[in-house]
Design a protein around this ligand. Structure first.
Ligand code: AMP
Length: 221
């Protein structure tokens, strides 16, 4: 079976970024993370970054039209042999519909959608301990990796920090936003026969194995 384009769905902290990095390295996926693209825009201080910053810091969604434009531009640059993996997009039904239209325009098939399922309690535990490298974007966890804020990134030496939207109030807000705006995408893709769910609370390596099998079509959906 041929490798499939993928969308990773799941609440904040489900491991979308971590698993996307793994699939990027192991299967040469082109990892498109709207969160990373938006953080870059904020760091560059460009027009998009200025418009997105306040929403992001509050844990709110950036308006659909801005994010759809960003993804449309990026998708238009894909080669036909490249396989993409979307992480953090779509997050609303309007974004999902826009994505379908985009794919039709560039003549690509609908991707497989993988829902990484984790409980709210686990999300709060994971995000409370999440660290990020500002230079290479690698994600760590205080509980899992024995690293802390200010430590050097083992990959590149960058100084690890806790994202402002990983503070307790923003975490609660992001979970509410997820329930209201993004959880309906599970039904949306289920009804289209594109969805498969993985228990993302199991051992990280087991999740990676299941993801790789699904991506290569070696496991029935
Ligand atoms: P993430 O790194 O995916 O958790 O995204 C961080 C923040 O970026 C989110 O809390 C939103 O503020 C914003 N963001 C990322 N992707 C989207 C999207 N598809 N739609 C709207 N806002 C987004």
């Amino acid at each position: 079976m041929a490798q499939r384009d993928l969308i990773l769905l799941g609440p904040p902290g489900a491991g979308k970024g971590t698993h996307a990095e793994y699939l990027e390295d192991s299967m040469s996926y082109t990892h498109l993370s709207t969160g990373n693209l938006l953080r870059e825009a904020v760091a560059n201080g460009n027009n998009l970054g200025k418009q997105a910053q306040d929403y992001m810091e509050a844990g709110e969604l950036v308006p659909d039209d801005l994010v759809i434009e960003l993804v449309t531009e990026r998708m238009a640059q894909l080669d036909c042999e490249e396989h993409f993996l979307l992480d953090g997009f779509p997050r609303t039904t309007a974004q999902a519909e826009a994505l379908s239209k985009m794919l039709g325009t560039i003549g690509r098939e609908e991707p497989l959608v993988i829902n990484l399922a984790v409980s709210d309690a686990e999300v709060v535990r994971r995000l409370g301990g999440r660290l990020m490298c500002p230079d290479c974007g690698t994600i760590y966890n205080v509980h899992r990796d024995g690293l802390d804020i200010g430590d050097k990134c083992p990959q590149c030496g960058g100084e690890l920090y806790c994202r402002s939207d990983d503070q307790p109030e923003a975490i609660r807000n992001r979970l509410n936003v997820y329930e209201q705006d993004s959880a309906p995408l599970i039904d949306y893709y289920q009804q289209r026969g594109q969805l498969v769910t993985i228990d993302a609370e199991q051992d990280q390596q087991q999740v990676s194995v299941e993801l790789a099998e699904l991506a290569q079509g070696r496991r029935p959906c």
